[in-house]
Design a protein around this ligand. Sequence first.
Ligand code: ADP
Ligand code: ZN
Length: 436
Amino acid sequence: MKKFYSPEIETASRGEIEKIQSERLVRQVRHVYDNVELYRNRMDEAGVKPEDIKSLDDLTKLPFTSKQDLRDTYPYGMFAVPMEDVTRIHASSGTTGKQIVVGYTDNDLDMWATCCARQLTAVGVTKKDKVHVCYGYGLFTGGLGLHDGSHKLGCVTIPASAGNTARQLTIMTDFGSTVLGCTPSYAMYLGESAAKAGIDTSKLPLRVGIFGAEPWTEEMRQKIEESLNIKAYDIYGLTEICGPGVAYECTEQKGMHVNEDYFIIEIIDPETGEHVKDGEKGEIVFTCIKKEAFPLIRFRTKDIGVITHEKCSCGRTFVRMSKPMGRVDDMLIVRGVNLFPSQIEAVLLKEGHSPNYQIVVDRQGSLDQIEVRIEMEDEQFLDTTSKITKTEKELQEKFKSALGIKPKVRLVAPNSIPRSEGKAVRVVDKRHVYGN
Ligand code: ADP
Ligand code: ZN
């Protein structure tokens, strides 16, 4: 049977992991210096030669890479192998600007599939499982990433792709999916839709969910676990680094193990670029030490997170990262208060409200206005206007005490906030209209 738990690597001592990382880093730096003009120029400007990088300790001598660098070299400027060695291309969704194109060699695809197979294995999935992939297929990495991991493990892979909720529920019921992969917001929606369709999820064989590609909260996890009657696990990744599987949760559900034999993670202060300590929040930075076609060095993800080197009770020693708490660039600054959509969501779920919400930020005169729109549940929709107004006021106070700001709160009709089959659109920032 194929095995994707490798204790010799996943439970190696820190010294052993650092030894692997050091060797691979030295080789990788030579590879990018020789093959990618941007890296050669950057290193020359910084006065660093490949031979100066002798171990992991020298990592901080290397310059950072930013998303802007990838845009500037669009489409193929960061590829480090000849095009004839590239066997796959993916692209990021382009939600935050011009899309980014990334490439993979056969070895890269194999490594990526191993990352996803490790995730599945870590949460108890075996080749006996039926893995229903409803992340979108196509240039987006979610679909094919999990697909390849499931295939590598030898599971029955169901390549449903995203969309058509009624059909997804039919597949889930009739084909007997045991594992579901999609965005957490879509998992919520599938749960709601199953209930509406009168499907008793406790009677289905579905038992595990692999959810990622967007921020979600512990409260949301709980809702999904209840509505779909499963255990829900987090998976993290980004197109620039490979796609899903850069980090994976184990059955402990206490942070995601980074595949450290393939990626080095750093947490930096976004202002100074200096490392912060374990347990302190900062920007997540990755270096790909095994990839061939598109190996980024010290890539600033703009995701905010925390890491810990404490040993996990599952026995794995790979460093764990928290759920990202938002992106540096979708952090809302409203009247000087830093705010992440996930904080709003946590309050809503704690107070028993629907997780279908949207945050609208606008500017009146020179003042930022923030409005949180929350869908009512069907029963609530029948409440009197005065009761609804009262609920809105109460929620406003809850936001004030939890977040230090008092947004406008508006309860809206059920199903009036657009659903997304991929990543949910949580923030509508109208301030950009005025050129900010
Ligand atoms: P795009 O930047 O176009 O949205 P990706 O699809 O590659 O491209 O998205 C990667 C981003 O998605 C990450 O940088 C992170 O912000 C978010 N993300 C991925 N997985 C998770 C997760 N498990 N939890 C929170 N955010 C995630
Ligand atoms: Zn663990």
